[in-house]
Write a protein that binds this ligand. Structure first.
Ligand code: XIL
Length: 313
């Protein structure tokens, strides 16, 4: 059937994958990425980030992002834009710029306006990872200089740049209920109360085999109850290596659980995996000793997790 086929049959808009420019020279990789039956959505994993698009103040570079958008367009796939305002992969001219409130406001506005304005009609992670795990605001040049207002500044600039774009705030460890999810609920409430544009909450869902939160469906529902969409934006479910049949079987169950939680909530509109093959996962480089988090193995062969996704829908 295909992952996007079963997602759409379940009433979802899309099932998608992240990708990155260096991988696009791998022809068998690109062939599967382009299979619309599995993926009707793509997220550029790096090429729309601040360091990639505005490495120098006021000079915008969209070459790599345009390559991915063109591929998606050729394939008939949607794009999730990722991401405008984030503390990481941020050029030092922003993080060390020593800008005052007025200047940093216009830096954030200019960046968001140019990036969102270049790619019209997309879904956007306008703000990424604003919170610490305890639900407090993350220290960043944005928060330190502008306080919580950086979120509204970015969202307003994005709305003005493209009224048709869907505007999200995205974070990790907001998969189940808890302090960090509560912080996101309170942020969305306050944005809505001040008429700040906000369309969705992105749940990254970088998960661990055997540790999918039991409250995931209830958590998705508490977000959609606020009148916003939810998307699962960066799903992967890693394991401690080496891979065993037992871990693969648990991983299959875990994928099914996550997908079923999204399926059960009408306002959960789509799921994106953070690349589709273990060959190109970010996990081993960031979590030593862990890996194999995706539904295709490093030889581009489907794992049990693939059937778990199908079963979840
Ligand atoms: C990761 C990319 O996949 C890596 O290639 C890069 O080196 C670091 O960033 N949360 C996010 C993503 O929002 O942007 C991150 O992507 C993974 C964690």
């Amino acid at each position: 059937a295909g992952l996007a086929v079963v997602a759409k049959a379940a009433g979802k808009k899309y099932f998608g994958s992240a990708t990155d420019n260096p991988e696009l020279t791998d022809t068998s990789y690109v062939a599967q990425l382009s299979n619309i039956k599995d993926f009707n959505q793509i997220t550029p994993g790096n090429s729309m980030k601040w360091d990639a698009t505005e490495g120098t103040r006021g000079t915008f570079t969209f070459t790599n992002a345009d390559t991915i958008v063109a591929l998606a367009q050729k394939n008939g796939q949607l794009i999730r834009g990722h991401t405008c305002v984030w503390h990481s992969q941020l050029p030092s001219w922003v993080s060390n710029g020593g800008f005052n409130t007025t200047t940093l406001t216009s830096v954030v506005q200019s960046h968001t306006t140019n990036v969102v304005g270049h790619f019209k009609g997309k879904i956007w992670d306008v703000v990424n990872e604003p919170f610490n795990d305890d639900g407090s605001w993350r220290t960043s040049v944005f928060y330190n200089t502008l306080g919580t207002s950086f979120v509204a500044i970015a969202l307003q600039a994005a709305r003005a740049a493209d009224p048709a774009a869907k505007l999200y705030i995205n974070d990790y460890n907001i998969d189940g209920t808890g302090a960090k999810s509560t912080a996101m609920v309170n942020l969305v409430k306050s944005l809505k109360a001040s008429n700040t544009p906000i369309d969705g909450v992105g749940i990254q869902a970088h998960l661990i085999v055997g540790q999918v939160p039991s409250t995931m469906q209830a958590n998705i529902a508490q977000f959609t109850a606020l009148g916003v969409e939810v998307a699962i934006t960066e799903l992967d479910i890693r394991m401690t290596l080496p891979v065993t049949d037992a871990l693969l079987a648990q991983q299959k169950k875990d994928y099914q659980t996550v997908i079923a939680a999204c399926k059960a909530v009408v306002g959960c509109i789509g799921v994106t995996i953070w690349d589709y093959t273990d060959k190109y996962s970010w996990v081993p480089s960031v979590f030593p000793g862990q890996g194999a988090p995706l539904p295709w193995d490093a030889n581009l062969v489907k794992k049990p997790a693939y059937d778990g996704i199908v079963a979840g829908f």
